[in-house]
Design a protein around this ligand. Structure first.
Ligand code: SF4
Length: 533
């Protein structure tokens, strides 16, 4: 029997509801949260104010590839876990800042979901978290890579099935999303969001309702999906994690001392709640975890590892561990390789905060040129504003980088950054360094030139906007007004991982996409808008 459930969404237009069966739902749970949370469909006003900070008047991250999403889940023997999920999402905030959500299952398997636009700390407060009761919960931070920035696209996604509610949080991007949604719509499913993730949830519910058990239904659904997906899923009494065969996006398993199981995009999500790292979910693996049976594993597709190398260089937090070492260590190593490959005589080495700093320290150690902090970022602003449309970006808060004049005055400066996308921010940084008294500015980039867009869950702008897709290194150097410019080579980037160099996706540097990308997908990231209700 299909349950009827009430969908209530709080938006600027007020409450509206749906009683469709089997639909995405946002539980009607609207305590007074005006101090901390935001109305659905509304970007926080304080993030939209023009800033009066103007030293380097640019939002750095808008000129960087944008992360996709953070996913997190906890299964405990007893007690409420929503707060643990909150802290997990808080640690994963760098992976998506547009919306956040948590779905909990109570003892009877009934779900309760809260999700809204904004940062984790803005979406949730004590009142909301303490009303999310249950020992099983999953959560999601979102940056829109498929589907636009609306609360209906926030996750987790919850669908009703004959076996109970199924919920899902997705990091990645399907390359066959339109086809999958088309098939599901033709079969009568009422898709309500514009995301690819909803298609996965409905594919699972369809297989369950056709008679399959949870494991078989999830595998059936995964086999209909092509592209990048690291999923945290939940059903009554169990959480599950799955990765695509290439393992493009990370996903790890942890365990707390009291026996709770945790799934997280990165190990920093385990650390914050004191969980020990158990292992990663393997590419092509599905794990279903229950308190009674622990971790049950199924290799649902042959593993063909192609982790996104940009996770190593920039996306993931530096304190997260991949391949048995922190990314801070890897990033220092690529800085050192950069110094070997492209040495230059100078007085100081500085990094563009925060992501360029480990590589700058590595460059300094290898070259013997002193490391200095030449640019100070206002850490209290944080990464508060990643917004997907240009109009939103233009009205978004400006990130502040202050050059330290007494450090830079009269110095020949090597400045290290992790990537150049459009080049606009790089030029502003270079100008600011010169205005602060630098006599020479040499830029070194700890990745190869970004020449191709990503279709696996990272927003890298269209190819036309990628400066390295149509300009030589010399021309870029001229445009960003540096004395010299050099990038890390593709070989050095991969060798520095110290693992099999074929185990990475490097498509945004090479155009060689490990998962075939249909031509029509290359046109726009908002392609699903035309099929949205
Ligand atoms: Fe990562 Fe680039 Fe591959 Fe996208 S194309 S998954 S950003 S390496």
């Amino acid at each position: 029997m299909v349950k009827k459930c009430l969908t209530l969404v709080r938006s600027k237009e007020g409450l509206f509801s749906s009683t469709q069966p089997n639909v995405l739902r946002i539980t009607a749970m609207l305590p007074d949260h005006s101090d901390h949370s935001v109305l659905a469909d509304e970007i926080p006003k304080d993030l939209m104010k023009p800033s009066n900070l103007h030293d380097i008047d640019d939002d750095i991250e808008s000129d960087k590839p944008q992360e996709a999403c953070g996913v997190f889940g906890v299964l405990a023997a007893e007690g409420d876990v929503a707060k643990l999920v909150y802290f997990g999402l808080y640690a994963l905030q760098h992976r998506g800042q547009e919306s956040a959500g948590i779905t909990v299952y109570d003892d009877r398997g009934t779900t309760n979901t809260y999700k809204a636009m904004g940062l984790v700390s803005q979406v949730f407060n004590e009142t909301i978290l303490s009303s999310l009761k249950g020992s099983l919960a999953i959560g999601h931070n979102r940056y829109s890579t498929t589907g636009s920035s609306k609360v209906c696209n926030a996750q987790p996604i919850v669908v009703n099935t004959r076996l109970g509610d199924f919920s899902l949080a997705h990091n990645g991007n399907l390359v066959n999303a339109t086809e999958l949604r088309g098939e599901l719509s033709a079969q009568g499913h009422a898709l309500e969001s514009t995301t690819d993730s909803e298609g996965i949830a409905f594919a699972v519910s369809e297989a369950v309702d056709e008679g399959q058990d949870w494991q078989a239904a999830i595998v059936t659904a995964l086999r209909r999906c092509h592209g990048a997906f690291s999923l945290v899923m939940a059903m009554p009494n169990a959480i599950a994690g799955a990765r695509d065969a290439y393992g493009v996006r990370p996903l790890v398993i942890g365990k707390t001392t009291d026996g709770s199981y945790v799934l997280a995009s990165e190990t920093c999500g385990l650390d914050i709640i004191g969980a020990e790292y158990v292992r990663e979910v393997l590419p092509g693996e599905l794990v279903i975890i229950t308190i009674e049976n622990g971790i049950q594993s199924l290799q649902w597709e042959e593993s063909k590892p192609k982790l996104c190398v940009f996770e190593m260089i920039y996306f993931a937090r530096p304190d997260s561990v991949m391949h048995d070492e922190s990314l801070y260590t890897y990033r220092m190593r690529i800085g050192s390789e950069l110094a070997k490959e492209s040495p230059i005589d100078a007085d100081i080495v500085i990094g563009v905060p925060d992501s360029g700093i480990p590589a700058a320290i590595g460059f300094s150690r290898e070259s013997g040129i002193p490391y200095a902090e030449g640019l100070i970022k206002n850490r209290y602003v944080g990464r508060t504003f990643i917004q997907p449309t240009q109009a939103m970006r233009e009205s978004g808060i400006k990130m502040k980088l202050n050059p330290l004049k007494d450090v830079l005055q009269g110095k020949r400066v090597i400045v290290i950054d992790d990537s150049i996308v459009r080049g606009t921010t790089s030029r502003k940084i270079v100008r600011a360094l010169r205005e602060a008294g630098a006599t020479e500015v040499h830029m070194r980039i700890s990745s190869p030139p970004v020449t191709h867009p990503c279709f696996y869950g990272i927003d890298t702008d269209s190819q036309d906007n990628l400066i390295a897709s149509h300009e030589s290194v010399a021309a870029i150097a001229k445009q960003i007004e540096v004395d010299t410019l050099a990038y890390l080579t593709h070989d050095a980037m991969l060798k520095a991982t110290h693992i099999d160099t074929t185990h990475f996706c490097t498509a945004c540097f090479t155009g060689k996409y490990p998962i075939e990308v249909p031509d029509k997908l290359k046109r726009t990231k908002l392609m699903l808008e035309s099929t949205a209700p």
